[in-house]
Design a protein around this ligand. Structure first.
Ligand code: PHE
Length: 442
């Protein structure tokens, strides 16, 4: 009974600020700090940035608004929200639910690595020699990365466990402003290094020779992932909105904030990488291998290193919280269980899947399916198949079946008509293209 009452009486964000911090915390994550800078570097720098911004505004903002709209209107997690449109559509909610298990399985492993790096900087145990060797041997170890991953998982779970206001909202209200201050400080410091101008050129001077059709689709995929569109995070967070909240304004702020943070992350990383003559397109290793080399060469490097990994940890933590909240909110309503039990169940399921993803860097690195390790399979399936597929389904269901009333969104007829046009006729074909690209079919 108590459980049913608590579901009926849905939690609300206590202020607009809390909502913005929570959605920003959800969007800003490893995607901004680790992935965005190097993908931008590999895809023509400034040109990629321009494509990314245009695609975010004209394409990704549409499903982003749809997710918030669905959550705000239905006031339910992702499974029940779809079921409220049509009982049979619950399956689409379940697909989001599955995605919300797949992503943490690899995301939390990287989260665990950030915990490890905080630990080694804090205890002054930073390896003096070859960073690449250290990273490879650490990741291949069976126990330590797993323990770090579990610590990260428990830290993420602690907040949804405490509830929306006392847990999720408080965490984001404190962590996000702190994160922004640290980011601005580190990005500002980077600019004072010798040769930092080379890093800025790398980011902001377009290299048209690198422009291909792939660049556009890579930018689109990056935009969806970094805005956390496509697995119901924003449906879930939107469901805690008050009826009169202005979701257009919130979406605008979210997009702006997320983009500025990604650019600041680039400004924090590239001038430093260039001033020490290191490889800027190092890809996945950029953060865990290249940057420790920079810190080793800097005065007070250990302090900067510690700050950087705390920053990365904060980004991953607030996204991790939102990833967990999707599945927690979904099963708590669906099966009418308590929030605490739902948190324990979801964390345990994710933990089981984290075993093979963690070990795919060491003990089981030879087990491959389609030539991918378990970690790569989870990442590939979630990012290239499930996220675009869920987004496509969302646009079709909201645009063609739910047909949201104008009052829920805006009182501007022109805006509403353009929104509906993009939603029904432009975004779906673009997403289909993205999926074909993700499957290497284009
Ligand atoms: N947006 C997060 C990031 O950039 C990742 C994420 C994707 C989180 C999808 C939730 C849902 O790191």
């Amino acid at each position: 009974m108590a459980v049913e009452r608590s579901i009926a009486k849905r939690a609300n964000w206590s202020s607009g600020f809390a909502f913005i911090m929570a959605t920003l915390g959800c969007a800003v994550g490893l995607g901004n700090i680790w992935r965005f800078p190097y993908v931008m570097g590999q895809n023509g720098g400034a040109l990629f940035l321009l494509m990314y911004i245009l695609l975010t505004i004209f394409i990704c903002s549409i499903p982003l608004l749809c997710e918030l709209l669905l959550g705000k209107q239905m006031r339910r997690g992702v499974i029940r929200s779809y079921e409220k449109i049509n009982k049979k559509f619950g399956i689409f909610g379940w697909l989001c639910f599955i995605t919300s298990i797949f992503i943490p399985c690899f995301y939390f492993v990287v989260g665990g690595w950030t915990v490890n790096y905080i630990w080694i900087y804090l205890t002054n145990n930073v390896p003096a020699g070859n960073q690449a060797e250290y990273f490879a041997s650490f990741a291949a170890e069976p126990i330590v990365p797993l323990v770090m991953g579990i610590i990260f998982l428990l830290l993420c779970a602690a907040f949804p466990f405490r509830g929306v206001n006392k847990g999720i909202e408080q965490a984001n209200n404190i962590i996000m402003p702190l994160f922004i201050v640290m980011l601005v400080f580190l990005a500002g410091t980077g600019l004072f290094l010798d040769n930092s101008i080379e890093g800025l050129k790398f980011m902001f001077a377009p290299d048209f020779s690198k422009f291909t059709f792939r660049t556009v689709l890579t930018a689109l995929g990056q935009a969806l992932f970094t805005l956390s569109v496509g697995m119901g995070c924003l449906v879930t967070y939107g469901s805690y909105l008050k009826k009169d909240s202005d979701i257009i304004k919130s979406s605008g702020l979210l997009i702006l904030g997320n983009t500025i943070i990604a650019i600041l992350a680039g400004i924090m990383i590239f001038p430093a990488v260039f001033s020490f003559n290191l490889e800027p397109s190092a890809g996945a290793g950029l953060v865990f291998i290249t940057l420790p080399k920079v810190f080793a060469a800097l005065p007070f490097g250990n302090i900067f290193g510690l700050m950087f990994f705390v920053l990365l940890f904060f980004a991953a933590l607030t996204s991790g919280i939102s990833l967990l909240e999707v599945s927690i909110a979904a099963i708590l309503e669906k099966f009418k269980i308590s929030r605490k039990l739902a948190t324990v169940i979801m964390s345990s399921i994710i933990l089981i899947f984290m075993l093979p993803t963690t070990w795919s860097f060491g003990p089981i690195s030879n087990y491959k399916i389609f030539n991918m390790t378990f970690f790569e399979i989870m990442d590939f399936t979630a990012s290239n198949i499930l996220l675009p597929l869920n987004t496509l389904i969302l646009c079709i269901v909201v645009g063609w079946i739910l047909k949201p009333k104008m009052e829920l969104l805006t009182n501007n007829v022109k805006f509403y008509n353009s929104f509906m046009f993009l939603l029904k006729f432009v975004v779906p074909p673009v997403l289909i293209l993205l999926m074909l690209f993700g499957l290497n079919l284009v």
